[in-house]
Design a protein around this ligand. Structure first.
Ligand code: AMP
Length: 278
């Protein structure tokens, strides 16, 4: 496994990256599942570890983001990753250009999580755009856990006409249904147990859809569910799986963002059309 801390070294090495897995480090089974998903299609995997300050809506969150580089490197070594890129901010600014804001699909980036995190998705698009300039991967692997991010990067690839395949990989959960996330490290044992309500609520919405409840009624039921829980719901939404628009004829996705204590968690559940077999 070759680790690059310098973008100039990475460029000079003239590497052919087939599968690119961007991360912010503090790696867990969710990240590893992306690496393995990529390996099914292509070898030559490059994992980036970069905590992108622009994505954070407050400086404290950025400062408190877990930094576990040494452990991360050990984990990556054990799963046969070919290249790891751990760039410095100054290198990224020196060797790449930023994404013009005219390419930001604002209706998508200011909806759902974007409504509560202004500028977040533009910063995500920008860093991926910059990584593409350096890494030039054949494929990028992203987790369904951050579903809106996945759709926005799919849009970036479409707008820029990149010949890059996007592979989406299912959310990895603990045995109680809580989606793995670096943010879970900030939860107490009790809060972790509580946070399993998020997955329960998503399942409830799926059951209600199956029973043909009208969408507005499902929203009401989810509000009732959370009114009985110490979890503070930020939003619940049911959207079209492919477009994230409010259309309900095809496969759907239920999305939740909420606060457990002062930790913001997001999760979602894909709900295939009940007319199809899956
Ligand atoms: P992050 O390090 O949080 O920026 O995440 C890097 C990548 O890992 C993103 O594509 C995430 O969607 C993905 N990811 C994070 N948590 C999970 C999870 N529990 N299951 C699957 N993928 C995940």
């Amino acid at each position: 496994m070759k680790i690059f801390y310098s973008l100039q070294d990475f460029i000079n090495a003239n590497i052919r990256v087939q599968s690119f897995v961007p991360t912010m480090g503090n790696l867990h089974e969710g990240h590893l599942s992306l690496i393995n998903a990529g390996k099914k299609y292509k070898k030559n995997t490059c994992v980036s570890i970069y905590i992108n300050e622009g994505q954070f809506n407050n400086k404290k969150d950025f400062d408190n983001y877990p930094r576990t580089i040494e452990d991360d490197i050990k984990i990556l070594e054990s799963c046969d990753v070919e290249y790891v890129l751990i760039p410095k901010k100054s290198d990224i600014e020196k060797y790449t250009s930023s994404l013009s804001s005219k390419f930001e699909p604002k209706t998508l980036t200011s909806d759902l999580c974007g409504k509560y995190r202004p500028g977040h998705f533009y910063a995500v698009m920008d860093i991926i755009y910059r990584f593409f300039q350096i890494i030039k991967p054949e494929m990028i692997v992203l987790g369904e856990k951050d579903y809106q991010q996945l759709i926005i990067i799919a849009e970036l690839i479409r707008i820029m006409k990149y010949d890059i395949r996007l592979i989406s990989s299912p959310t990895i959960r603990n045995t109680d249904g809580l989606a793995l996330s670096s943010r879970n490290n900030h939860l107490t044992k009790k809060q972790k147990e509580l946070a399993c309500d998020i997955y329960k609520a998503l399942h409830l919405s799926k059951e209600l859809l199956k029973e043909n409840f009208p969408i507005e009624k499902i929203y009401q039921e989810i509000d009732i569910f959370f009114s009985k829980s110490p979890i503070k719901l930020e939003y619940f939404a049911i959207r079209d799986l492919k477009t994230l628009q409010q259309s309900y004829d095809n496969d759907l996705i239920a999305l939740i963002s909420c606060y457990v204590g002062n930790i913001r968690l997001i999760d979602n559940l894909i709900i295939r059309s009940f007319n199809s077999k899956s």
